[in-house]
Write a protein that binds this ligand. Structure first.
Ligand code: GLC
Length: 465
């Protein structure tokens, strides 16, 4: 990719418009040399987090030290609390690496996101059990459930851990520093619901475990969704900060919390004024810098900042805006996905978005081409940057790369953003020797986060996790 790339030539643009686009393209361009430097720093930060608590990359021990075998059978329940939705699931393991699941999805209300989260979760669990006649009565034993909690938690055991900070737009007061399982268990108790949370996992840990149930080669689980993060199996000998007992397996899944990379000094990632503006106006400024360039929660907002920057110079939409375009966070990343691959001759899909969604009439063909370039630049930078964490982690465990290794990936960006997978894999291939790279299998671990919590509940019940 270079700013001379013909995809960035706008047919019919004025010299001022083309100059602004060329400038954007050069800001969003990431050479391999630049990426290589970022990967090196990422590795350094991983080492730092393995050695000491409280570093930018937290490298949190998950207390999961086992792998599922794939031969386990039975039905297990789980709660999957993500950035946008909450799901309650019943997952059945078939003993041959396969799972079937039944789930109910609840959208997180604004009130839940800012105030009543745990009562809301308890209520949803109640609804799920009640509608299926599964609610334990009287003296029946409580139902064991796994909880996937997709926020940074300092685990203190397989089923307890304190919230480090909120990410991805949640901001419920009174939770940071407290045990999230306790908070949920109390809310369940308030409803008189006999449910016991037996396992607490991050969504990346869940994704890894669900991939591992069907594939013994699984070593890493990644989420590229509303937020981004990864987990992988690390040799406990490399985890200098670990003070607990040495697990018999010799390994432990670590929740990297990689979305925080570069948040302390903003020194390595390619910050543009549009990223800085997003960060400043976010509810967590100077936090989650890497996540803010990669994940679905933020890409629409970066694009909105660029659109307004151009419109304010009268280089786009003839300087016009609209109420919706002026509103923060209102440009959904899915519009970028569709815009980046609009191949209609008059860019009619982008026209629809400008006219129907943004409520701005009479867009010109030049306007629409500019929108397309913005969608491509923001999305491709995200996909290329996502390779940074992948390469840094896999090369950290290069001892594993001489045989097949599976990386399970879940999340809307990975699943739906056009070419995300292809760009990620192509970029990663530039930084890992070919004979090792051919052993890596990047695969979609659909619903990994919820299924993984059920698998952890199974592990907690059948082994000492
Ligand atoms: C955010 C959370 C992290 C989670 C990720 C993906 O980065 O902090 O815990 O894994 O989003 O959902």
């Amino acid at each position: 990719m270079s700013s001379a790339d013909s995809r960035y030539t706008i047919v019919g643009a004025t010299p001022e418009q083309q100059a602004a686009i060329d400038m954007l393209a050069s800001q969003f361009l990431l050479t391999d040399e630049r990426l290589g430097a970022i990967i090196k720093e990422f590795r350094r930060r991983m080492e730092e987090g393995l050695a000491t608590d409280g570093k930018v990359l937290k490298m949190i021990p998950s207390y999961v030290t086992r792998r599922p075998l794939g031969s386990e059978v039975g039905s297990y329940f789980a709660i999957d609390l993500g950035g946008t939705n909450l799901r309650v699931l019943k997952v059945t393991l078939d003993g041959r690496g396969g799972v079937t699941s039944e789930h109910q999805k609840f959208a997180l209300s604004e009130e839940a996101k800012s105030r009543t989260l745990f009562d809301f979760v308890a209520q949803c669990v109640d609804t799920f059990l009640d509608e299926r006649n599964l609610r334990p009565l009287g003296q029946q034993p409580p139902i064991p459930m796994g909880l996937t909690f997709s926020y940074p938690v300092q685990q203190t055991s397989i089923n307890s851990g304190t919230l480090v900070q909120w990410t991805k737009g949640l901001n419920v007061p009174g939770c940071v520093g407290r045990d999230v399982v306790r908070l949920l268990q109390d809310a369940l108790l308030r409803l008189g619901l006999r449910v016991k949370i037996v396992a607490l996992v991050n969504d990346t840990v869940g994704t890894l475990l669900s991939a591992a149930y069907s594939d013994p080669a699984a070593q890493m689980g990644i989420i590229f969704g509303t937020g981004t993060n990864a987990a992988y199996y690390e040799d406990v000998a490399n985890l200098a900060k670990w003070k607990g007992p040495n697990p018999s397996s010799g390994e432990m899944v670590l929740n990297m919390e990689w979305g925080a990379f570069d948040s302390d000094d903003f020194a390595f990632l390619p910050f543009t004024p549009h990223d800085i503006k997003l960060d400043r106006k976010s509810i967590n400024p100077r936090k989650q810098a890497y996540e803010k360039m990669i994940s679905g929660m933020y890409l629409g907002e970066i694009a909105r900042n660029i659109v307004l920057w151009l419109a304010d110079q009268r280089l786009l939409l003839d300087g016009r805006s609209s109420e919706i375009l002026n509103a923060m966070w209102f440009i959904d990343t899915s519009y970028l996905s569709s815009g980046a691959v609009d191949t209609t001759s008059d860019l009619s899909e982008i026209q629809q978005v400008i006219e129907k969604t943004l409520n701005i009439s009479n867009s010109t063909f030049v306007d629409r081409q500019i929108f397309k370039v913005i969608a491509i630049l923001v999305g491709e930078r995200a996909a290329r940057l996502s390779a940074v964490g992948v390469v840094a982690t896999l090369t950290k465990r290069s001892d594993l790369l001489n045989k097949p290794v599976t990386v399970g990936i879940d999340g809307s960006m990975y699943e739906h953003y056009p070419y995300f997978h292809d760009i990620l894999v192509e970029t990663a291939s530039h930084f890992i020797p070919q004979e090792q790279f051919k052993n890596i299998n990047f695969t979609l671990a659909k619903d990994g986060s919820g299924v993984g919590a059920a698998i952890t509940a199974m592990l907690a019940a059948t082994y000492d996790a």
